[in-house]
Design a protein around this ligand. Structure first.
Ligand SMILES: *Cc1c(COP(=O)(O)O)cnc(C)c1O
Length: 379
């Protein structure tokens, strides 16, 4: 059986978890949380990060931080995970969906400006498959219209936006705020887990408070105040240090994990490219300003019928590819709240995108089998 995903353990996870347990401090912001923070801030160039229990939680924190008022509008793609949307709906915001690009599922930056109204408060680009949205255009629009940008960088660890002058900026360091996921289906994992990256210093102090149930407990532990109390709204968004211990084992091995994933990604690309030349299917499109973090390898079939047949054919061979999002603007929960615009590209990816098995331990032999079954299907 070749599953869609298999979480990879580096071998150090249980050792670090044991260390955390023996240290006697297993609540949030312990030794391993600090090690993870340092890794992101010192090695990867993030300004300020806060671990959370999920990307969903980080998005919810972002929605609180930008002080959304009921009926404020938030622009995001319809082709995304429900958490991108839920975080803002929970605060009473109205979602305004932008359609995807014709050449990749990211929101089409050229379609955003027409959606901006006096009520628009934020744009939420989702870096689908870890491939950058057009952050140059998006940040320019945000500045022009005085909007916040919150990157849904759930899939985007170790991926970059390439500036016109060639310098690379890590995804998640460009918008005002960004949310990452360490769910077991992502590149770097902790079972469930996430992180809020704070790029605009104005949010740092309040983010710490919101994450600690609306108290100034973090300042108290730094000795900045002599007692702590309830100063704002908030919730319990911080993970146990046991989770951080697991995560740290992964971060230490990020380069090896990424090298392996990139190799697998490239093998799919090389093996399936002949089918593209024959006009049978499409492979991921990377704009010039994007890098590849090998989060996902997807193919685009002709239509829903073909995709259904392909998935069935592969399942018969014990290979388990999966389709992905169902457009949120047609979902049972949001269809009657959507403004009614057609979003044909989003619907197209809903019907035609298939994700292939991609995980650290996928062997070359297994992968060759996946590729040859796909080739067989198309011939
Ligand atoms: C995985 C994912 C999320 C949710 O992450 P959790 O850590 O499971 O909350 C949100 N947005 C996108 C685009 C994702 O891929």
């Amino acid at each position: 059986m070749i599953p869609f995903n298999k979480p990879y353990m580096t071998g150090k996870e249980t050792e670090y978890i044991k260390e955390a347990v023996i240290s006697g401090k297993i609540s949030g912001d312990g030794v391993f949380t600090k090690k993870c923070n340092e890794f992101f801030e010192k090695e990867l160039g993030f300004k300020k990060v806060l671990l959370t229990t999920s990307c969903t939680d980080a998005l919810e924190m972002a929605a609180i931080l930008i002080d959304l008022q009921p009926d404020d509008e938030v622009i995001m793609p319809s082709y995304t995970f429900v958490s991108t949307a839920n975080a803002f709906v929970l605060r009473g915001a109205k979602l305004v969906f932008a359609d995807s690009n014709a050449d990749n599922p990211n929101l089409d930056a050229d379609k955003i400006e027409a959606l901006i109204t006096p009520k628009t408060k934020a744009i939420v680009p989702v870096h689908y498959a870890g491939i950058a949205c057009d952050m140059g255009k998006i940040m320019e629009l945000a500045e022009k219209h005085n909007l916040y940008v919150i990157e849904d960088a759930a899939q985007a660890i170790d991926s970059f936006y390439v500036m016109p002058d060639g310098t690379k900026k890590p995804l998640g360091t460009i918008g005002h705020l960004a949310a990452f996921s360490f769910h077991e289906t992502k590149n770097i994992i902790s079972g469930e887990g996430g992180m809020l990256a704070i790029n605009d210093e104005r949010f740092v102090k309040r983010a710490e408070i919101i994450r600690e149930k609306g108290t100034n407990r973090s300042s108290f532990f730094r000795g900045e105040v002599d007692k702590y109390g309830w100063v704002d709204v908030g919730s319990s968004f911080l993970p146990s240090d046991i989770i951080a211990a697991f995560l740290y084992a992964q971060l230490e091995n990020m380069d090896a994990i990424q090298a392996q994933r990139r190799q697998i990604w490239q093998r799919y690309w090389d093996g399936l490219s002949p089918l593209v030349q024959q006009g049978k299917l499409r492979l991921p499109y990377l704009p010039d300003f994007a890098t590849n973090n090998a989060h996902m390898f997807y193919i685009i079939t002709k239509d829903l019928t073909e995709r259904t047949a392909l998935i069935a054919a592969l399942k018969k061979e014990n290979i388990h590819p999966v389709f992905h999002y169902l457009s949120l603007h047609t979902s049972p929960f949001y269809a009657d709240k959507h403004d009614g615009r057609a979003l044909p590209e989003s619907d197209f990816y809903t019907d035609t995108l298939v994700r292939l098995p991609l995980y650290f331990e996928l062997s070359e032999e297994q992968q060759t089998r996946v590729i040859s079954e796909i080739v067989k299907f198309y011939n």
